[in-house]
Design a protein around this ligand. Structure first.
Ligand code: NAP
Length: 279
């Protein structure tokens, strides 16, 4: 196995399959279509939206944007979600978050139909991940699984340690690993002796959102380390939750930041749209 588990070849392999599926759907008169719902114009959201649109165009997925002002009401957002839910030509929806503070984000997320929820933000979609029934997992959590699969790491029977218990990454990735028969430990900010827990892992998923939290004291030879964290260092460079320079000489394989988990997520979002259109 390569030492560096890069995301680009994983995304490229997924995109090849995706293009073929999208083209077949178009031949049948179905255009896989993603709705992007955005409230306000945060630079980060705009950049993410542009990168999705570029990739979608390349892969044959149509995008429709619903743009609301940053001071929009909760009802205005709920009306858009209602429209998306009821529109048969829209197969999936991405709700850019966080939503403005005047809005009850949970209520808006939960209004989205689980079938159209492409990044698993609704309670209904999460329930499917937790019960392992036709899940559309959060893209980042699924990206971890795709990377393991691409590089030939079978989680079955392995000890997996997930650092982080958010609904976006930590908990769903733990469920996906469990569904693939790993023995899973979930760590969080109140875990006693985090380094000792991490050293037990065959597969370590770092998703704490703390730059450089995981260092040599947490690592052992033979481990597969997936670094989900993304942080901008003082000098403007990107880094992860894992101190890469310390980890790389110790572990068997590790995802880089940037160029690791994050490079697979947008492709998975579009892949969810094509799968939804197939259904
Ligand atoms: P989050 O909601 O802040 O959750 C962080 C989790 O880590 C919490 O469960 C927290 O524990 C735990 N944690 C924090 N400090 C810890 C510590 N010192 N020791 C052990 N556990 C600790 O973050 P998130 O949304 O899950 O995101 C995690 C990271 O992934 C962020 O860096 C984010 O930027 C990145 N991210 C990457 C992608 C990608 O595509 N690669 C996508 C989304 C997010 P408690 O529950 O006890 O507070």
């Amino acid at each position: 196995m390569e030492k560096l588990l890069r995301g680009a070849p994983v995304a490229a392999a997924l995109e090849e399959k995706l293009k073929t599926k999208a083209a077949a759907l178009r031949e049948q008169g179905v255009t896989p279509t993603l709705a992007i719902v955005r409230a306000g114009a945060q630079e980060g959201d705009l950049a993410y939206q542009r990168s999705i649109q570029r990739r979608a165009e390349r892969l044959g997925v149509e995008t429709v944007c619903f743009e609301l002002p940053g001071d929009c009401t909760q009802q205005a957002l709920l009306d858009v979600i209602d429209r998306v839910n009821g529109d048969g030509a829209i197969h999936g929806c991405l709700l850019l978050r966080p939503l403005p503070k005047q809005v009850d984000e949970r209520a808006v997320c939960d209004a989205l139909s689980p079938e159209k929820d492409m990044d698993c933000v609704s309670t209904g979609a999460l329930a499917r991940v937790f019960t392992n029934r036709t899940p559309i997992p959060p893209c980042t959590a699924q990206a971890c699984m795709e990377i393991l699969d691409f590089y030939g790491v079978d989680p079955a029977g392995k000890r997996a340690v997930v650092v982080g218990r958010s609904l976006v990454i930590g908990k769903p990735v733990a469920m996906l690993l469990l569904a693939r028969n790993a023995t899973v430990t979930v760590c969080h900010s109140r875990t006693a002796d985090l380094p000792a827990c991490c050293r037990e892992a065959d597969i370590l998923i770092a998703a704490a959102g703390q730059a450089g939290l995981i260092g040599a004291d947490c690592l052992c030879p033979g481990q597969i380390v997936l670094d989900v964290g993304i942080h901008t260092a003082a000098d403007g460079t990107l880094c992860g939750d894992v101190r890469f320079a310390e980890a790389e000489p110790i572990v068997q394989a590790i995802t880089p930041v940037p160029g690791g988990v994050g490079s697979v997520t947008t492709t998975l979002l579009l892949s969810h749209v094509v799968e939804a259109a197939q259904k």
